[in-house]
Design a protein around this ligand. Sequence first.
Ligand SMILES: [Cu+2]
Length: 120
Amino acid sequence: MKKLSLLFVIVIGILFSNTTFAQTSKKETINVWGSCGMCKKKIEKAAKIAGASAAKWDAEKHELEVSYDDSKTTNTKIQEAIVKMGYDTQDFTATQETYDNLPGCCQYDRKPAKKEDSKN
Ligand SMILES: [Cu+2]
């Protein structure tokens, strides 16, 4: 009988810790530049490979809605994965080379340069 109650305590303990750790899911909106449906697929795929559980990019608003578990990935990691595909994000800028490698339909209008860079 003693063993059984110990087992019961362990099971309850596991269930309890699982529910507390499960609540680390975040939902955020990241600005991501791009143009067509192909961009959408690549941006959403990159976000998911980086660990996002859900990703939905809006071409008109240039906004990517992501859900992720913050014990598995971070907002920065997701942005870095997207930048590597050639798309500018709010905090990072894709290199000219990766941008130039995008198909013609995907050569979107780049993220506006920071104010100090655009004097003339
Ligand atoms: Cu495209």
